[in-house]
Design a protein around this ligand. Structure first.
Ligand SMILES: NC(=O)c1ccc[n+]([C@@H]2O[C@H](COP(=O)([O-])OP(=O)(O)OC[C@H]3O[C@@H](n4cnc5c(N)ncnc54)[C@H](O)[C@@H]3O)[C@@H](O)[C@H]2O)c1
Length: 340
């Protein structure tokens, strides 16, 4: 089937807005569906924009029919791990019931494929000595309601492929970071919990000093290792996932990461270099549930999706994130057609 128009739920958010741009760059038409609870109207610069709640199946059905949607990329959801521990019901509601509503609307309108934003958090604490890169087959044992809700959503999608013949592609991101080099899109979470933007804020004197959680991990410098992947590389993977052939199960899952681990101290050094400042930080105790190393084995995404990272070196990621933080420039694009 030829894909022309793609519903992008959560398309006013960080990864969704970059993906809407990647869709437009690939000649496709994005229709952003977002309630703007955490997104930015100014980040919607390509295609159409619809205000709606992702749990509202009736509205989703109307929108899918009206815009003749061919496929859905489902980003909308809550993302803060810490908040998921203190307010789990919100995460189960939006992250799981949201997926159920989108799948229901797809069934009603005959939209075949959902590409779903999942996360490395579904793996929890890696098994063994924790030194291996994670493949898609690694044990899934989330450590918090955020990861639980995402794993449950993955399973609901897989069940729909069996029950109703829908197609599901699950993309498990490691640490999304960076910004579009144009300077028109970037990371602007209202309550920021991600290391790179927090380190940049600290370095530029726009936020508090950073805390490095743990210095006695079994890693080269004692700090945790994580896998940072450029948001523009992630965005391109979604375009590929819209048309990748699926086997008889009509379901597949891919880890999206650079495949390289960088320690918190290496990130701080990269921020120092890009900002030409010294990031203020203090070392604190380990945080409960933080694995020493979370690094993707992205070989399936390479082999099956044909995905390659292009801007996911730590220096490129941090340079783009610093440029964005110094001059964030959301703004409307003339071709956006807003629908009440
Ligand atoms: N940022 C990361 O590093 C990362 C890593 C792994 C997975 N993910 C997943 O990727 C997706 C996007 O993450 P992000 O960083 O762009 O987050 P984001 O908060 O920037 O974007 C989420 C978007 O969803 C919208 N939204 C939230 N609740 C909604 C609702 N009820 N109805 C309609 N829209 C709603 C928000 O307004 C926002 O625009 C999420 O599902 C997240 O779990 C992100």
């Amino acid at each position: 089937m030829t894909i022309k128009t793609v519903l992008v739920t959560g398309g006013a958010g960080y990864i969704g807005s970059h993906t809407a741009k990647a869709l437009a760059d690939a000649g496709l038409r994005p229709v952003v569906y977002d309630d703007f609870s955490n997104g930015h109207r100014g980040a919607v610069r390509w295609g159409s924009m619809v205000n709606g709640d992702v749990r509202d199946q009736t509205r989703l059905t109307e929108v899918m029919a009206k815009f003749e949607i061919d496929a859905v990329i489902h980003f909308a959801g809550l993302i803060e791990v810490g908040r998921s521990v203190t307010a789990p019901e919100m995460f189960w509601d939006i992250n799981l019931n949201g997926v159920a509503a989108v799948l229901g609307a797809m069934r009603e309108t005959g939209v075949a494929r959902m590409v779903f934003s999942s996360t490395a958090a579904v793996y929890g604490q890696p098994a063994g000595d924790g030194q291996d890169r994670l493949s898609e087959e690694a044990t899934k044992a989330p450590l918090n309601p955020y990861g639980d809700s995402k794993l449950a959503a993955e399973r609901l999608i897989a069940a729909h492929t069996r029950a109703y013949g829908l197609e599901g592609v699950v993309l498990r991101y490691f640490n999304a970071a960076g910004a579009d080099p144009s300077g028109y899109l970037g990371e602007a979470h209202a309550c920021e919990s991600h290391l790179i933007p927090l380190a940049i804020e600290a370095a530029l004197g726009l936020g508090p000093a950073l805390t490095v959680h743990g210095s006695d991990y079994p890693t080269p410098d004692g700090a945790c290792l994580r896998d940072y992947v450029h948001v523009c590389d992630l965005a391109r993977a979604h375009v590929l996932a819209l048309t990748t052939p699926l086997g008889p199960t009509r379901f597949d899952a891919f880890n999206l990461g650079s495949g390289v681990g960088h320690s918190v101290l290496e990130v701080i050094a990269a921020v120092d270099k890009a900002t030409r400042r010294t990031t203020p930080f203090a070392t604190g105790p380990r945080r409960e549930g933080d694995p020493a190393m979370l690094v993707a084995d992205p070989s399936r995404a390479r082999a099956v999706l044909g995905w390659r990272t292009e801007r996911s070196s730590l220096n490129d990621i941090v340079a783009d994130a610093v440029a964005w933080r110094k001059a964030p420039r959301f703004g409307f694009h003339p071709i956006v057609e807003a629908v009440a």
